[in-house]
Write a protein that binds this ligand. Structure first.
Ligand SMILES: *[C@@H]1O[C@H](CO)[C@@H](O)[C@H](O)[C@H]1NC(C)=O
Ligand SMILES: *[C@@H]1O[C@H](CO)[C@@H](O)[C@H](O)[C@H]1NC(C)=O
Ligand SMILES: *[C@@H]1O[C@H](CO)[C@@H](O)[C@H](O)[C@H]1NC(C)=O
Ligand SMILES: *[C@@H]1O[C@H](CO)[C@@H](O)[C@H](O)[C@H]1NC(C)=O
Length: 309
């Protein structure tokens, strides 16, 4: 018996680390000051997850097991409620099902965490995408895997800073607080922003001033369709912590992506540090142009980075 147990233990390790048969566990946490209703959408041809949508109160977490080879996306819905007829809708990220659980859809704009587990070379591929716009700060932190396993996400609050042409307001007609920020593709439906038509290749579709607004604030997040090289990350046999409104006060290492003591690939920072040092210039600059965008951006980045040191 004493010999069998270590043998079994090794076999299980082999299963997990060599063949990676276990898929992954996503631990989704809500660190926002409000309830978030995660939405989960499985890619075509992959097994579904045990849930497609549920509420997460402020401070709450929930773990979800994803099967081998799972691919799909996870996002946060905000300001959801049931109307008098029992129809469930959300102000941002609504999935159109009329229910708490989603049924295939997902309304834009929303910050998306995208995964392909057990892909090429046995690696998980993951990213946080602003290609379809932004609604919540979000971070993906790989746990216990091997390889690069870089933390990615968009940890900055961008709704207040959103350029007015992309802004989504809480109330119809543009009133109320800003609750999300559309992509230029969604806002203008033009081929050069959507990387479609004559712009459907990496050579012809370039970053725009709008995609750069997202990229400068969140250098590791996907900002437009051909932004792969700095935005897609890999890790083998990992689990993933996905946090809405992440708080980095106690997670310095996660902020730089160097938390696992592994050599890092050359990659952009999680937060644009130059914004701290230029924060005050931005503020006066923006004020003189009458634009709140750079000012708010600089302030929110500064506030976050103040926790690092
Ligand atoms: C996962 O995908 C690989 C490669 O496509 C395939 O060989 C394998 O059978 C799949 N495993 C499961 C459990 O679906
Ligand atoms: C880590 O990332 C670098 C650069 O992206 C890549 O060349 C390398 O193969 C990656 N290492 C692993 C183990 O995936
Ligand atoms: C940081 O922001 C500045 C100002 O918006 C920009 O010029 C720079 O390219 C950004 N850096 C990164 C790594 O995105
Ligand atoms: C977030 O940061 C604050 C201030 O440092 C700290 O008191 C709080 O415990 C943190 N919350 C989480 C969930 O890490």
């Amino acid at each position: 018996m004493a010999r069998v147990v270590p043998y079994l233990f090794l076999s299980v390790l082999q299963l997990v680390f060599v063949s990676g048969v276990l898929g992954a566990t996503f631990t989704i946490s809500n660190n926002c000051e409000h309830t978030v209703w995660p939405g989960l959408l499985s890619g075509a041809g992959t097994s579904p997850l045990p849930t497609t949508g549920f509420p997460l109160q402020k401070g709450e977490s929930r773990s979800i097991s994803a099967p081998t080879n799972w691919s799909g996306r996870i996002w946060g819905r905000t300001q959801c409620a049931e109307d008098s007829t029992g129809k469930f809708t959300c102000v941002t990220g609504d999935c159109g099902s009329g229910k708490m659980e989603c049924a295939g859809g997902g309304a834009l704009p929303a910050t998306l965490a995208e995964f392909t587990l057990d892909g090429s070379g046995g690696l998980d591929f993951y990213d946080v995408s602003l290609v379809d716009g932004y609604n919540l700060p979000m971070v993906v932190v790989p746990q216990g895997g091997s390889g690069n396993c870089t933390t990615t996400g968009c940890v900055v609050e961008l709704n207040g800073a959103c350029p007015s042409e992309l802004r989504v307001a809480a109330a119809a007609g543009g009133g109320g607080e800003s609750v999300a920020c559309r992509s230029a593709c969604e806002a203008f439906n033009a081929p050069e922003y959507c990387c479609s038509g004559a712009y459907a290749t990496p050579d012809t579709c370039k970053p725009s001033a709008y995609s750069e607004f997202f990229k400068h604030a969140c250098p590791r997040a996907y900002s437009y369709a051909y932004d792969d090289s700095t935005s897609t990350f890999t890790c083998a046999a990992a689990d993933y912590a996905i946090t809405f409104c992440p708080n980095f006060s106690s997670k310095k290492s996660a902020a730089t992506g160097e938390g696992n003591g592994r050599p890092e690939a050359v990659q952009p920072p999680l937060v644009n540090a130059s914004m701290i040092f230029t924060g005050m210039e931005y503020a006066s600059d923006a004020a003189s142009r009458g634009g709140a965008y750079s000012r708010l951006l600089a302030i929110s980045a500064w506030a976050l980075l103040a926790y690092y040191s």
